[in-house]
Design a binder for this molecule. Structure first.
Ligand code: 4NP
Length: 159
């Protein structure tokens, strides 16, 4: 059985592909690529088929995460049939996903930063209209949440 995780933001070119790249790296380090399948999507249709934002690619690359091969897609209701965890980067996108959630779905829909420490904010701030420091903050928050998510998956699905 594989555990399936979908990371979701607004555009699928900054935060969620960065989350996917970091988590792919964590899974590889842990030797869990076969047990955990991951993807990312946006709630908007603005960047379908597009590579991540060049600033996200550069910031991720500087920390050893490759995300340039990822392409934008939109989250769809069918994602609920496919994924066990659907993790939103912020409360706005969580609200949009809640509207797509079918009744009776048994997975976990929530905020990705629920897996970060108590000091972390609720949402990953959208870095799109800001400066370089925003992209660094995205990486800091997503790295922390990735460690918590991996621990949660190990506890609930792989132990
Ligand atoms: P993301 O960031 O949701 O982290 O991918 C954004 C990307 C693009 C836009 C907004 C946020 N946009 O307005 O096009």
């Amino acid at each position: 059985m594989t555990v399936k995780v979908l990371f979701v933001c607004l555009g699928n070119i900054c935060r969620s592909p960065t989350a996917e790249g970091i988590f792919a790296h964590r899974l590889q380090e842990a030797g869990l690529q076969q047990q955990v399948e991951i993807d990312s999507a946006g709630t908007s249709d603005w960047h379908i088929g597009k590579a991540p934002d060049a600033r996200s690619i550069a910031a991720a690359n500087a920390r050893g995460y490759a995300i340039d091969h990822l392409r934008g897609r939109q989250a769809i209701a069918e994602d609920f049939a496919r994924f066990d965890y659907i993790l939103a980067m912020d409360t706005d996108n969580l609200a949009l996903l809640q509207r797509l959630q079918p009744p009776g779905w048994k997975g976990r829909l929530g905020l990705f930063l629920e897996f970060a420490g108590d000091q972390a904010p609720v949402s990953v701030p959208d870095p799109y209209y800001g400066g370089e420091e925003g992209f660094q903050l995205v990486l800091d928050l997503l790295e922390e949440a990735s460690d918590g998510l991996l621990a949660d998956i190990r506890k609930h699905h792989l132990s």
